[in-house]
Write a protein that binds this ligand. Structure first.
Ligand SMILES: [Zn+2]
Length: 246
């Protein structure tokens, strides 16, 4: 039996789930796009959720330098963040296939992610990653709002907010106050998913979610490649949809 996280919860062990993996969260490698690296709270959540929610974050120098250009003055350099989290940078490489429908500025991102064998690119601009390219590389592009809402459980999210709160010297510095102040605009779906847990004032309204949250061939939860990506609904395969509906 595999155990993970602070709560030592067992993962499901039925034989059918081992055979298909569909319906259960699988460990994945995610490449963080420059817009995510430059966004303090979103980046922090993705990095801290990784060890508890079974994803490993990577990026290359191209993304790091692109992010540095968009960081506010005085922000912690991305290279320092990388060192603090003991992450190694992956090489910038060409894709093993010609890329045909990804925007020019994101071609190096998708190429480096694919060369490093990441299953996902986590990005605020999913629409810039082409359907044909993602399908050819057996990858998906996912907005951080959908990625975190789909893969991180209530207990795990709370645990990560507690660890953020413990390090904070300034307000907001309780999990509920951090959730109320920082999630609604950047991560509206995540905000709604955990709002009741923190008993927040219902007058706090989330912003509008990004219009395109998912594109590609892999299920966000079980990472299975779908031969017909059109069947993925909200980034989930049929087995994961069934598992999360109940
Ligand atoms: Zn799935």
């Amino acid at each position: 039996m595999r155990l993970y996280g602070k709560w030592q919860r067992p993962l499901p062990t039925t034989s059918s789930q081992y055979q298909h993996k569909g319906g259960t969260r699988q460990p994945v490698k995610v490449y963080l796009d420059a817009n995510v690296l430059a966004a303090g709270f979103v980046r922090t959540l993705l990095l801290l959720c990784g060890p508890v929610a079974e994803h490993r974050s990577i990026w290359s120098l191209y993304a790091e330098q692109e992010a540095a250009r968009h960081q506010p003055a005085g922000a912690v350099p991305i290279s320092t963040v990388r060192e603090l989290h003991h992450l190694t940078i992956v090489p910038d490489r060409r894709a093993r296939l010609p890329l045909v429908d990804t925007s020019d500025k994101d071609t190096p991102i998708l190429a480096a992610a694919s060369a490093a064998k990441a299953e996902f690119v986590v990005t605020e601009n999913v629409k810039d990653f082409g359907r044909a390219d993602l399908e050819a590389l057996s990858m998906s592009a996912v907005h951080p709002d959908m990625f975190l809402t789909t893969r991180v459980t209530d207990e795990e999210y709370c645990f990560v907010l507690e660890s953020i709160a413990e390090r904070r010297q300034r307000d907001p510095r309780t999990p509920a106050a951090i959730h109320a102040a920082e999630a609604p605009n950047k991560l509206p779906r995540l905000f709604l998913a955990h709002r009741d847990r923190f008993r927040l004032d219902p007058k706090i309204q989330p912003g509008n979610p990004a219009r395109v949250q998912f594109r590609g061939a892999r299920c966000v939860l079980c990472a299975t490649i779908s031969k017909k990506p059109d069947v993925l609904i909200n980034g989930l395969c049929q087995l994961c949809l069934g598992a999360t509906a109940g």
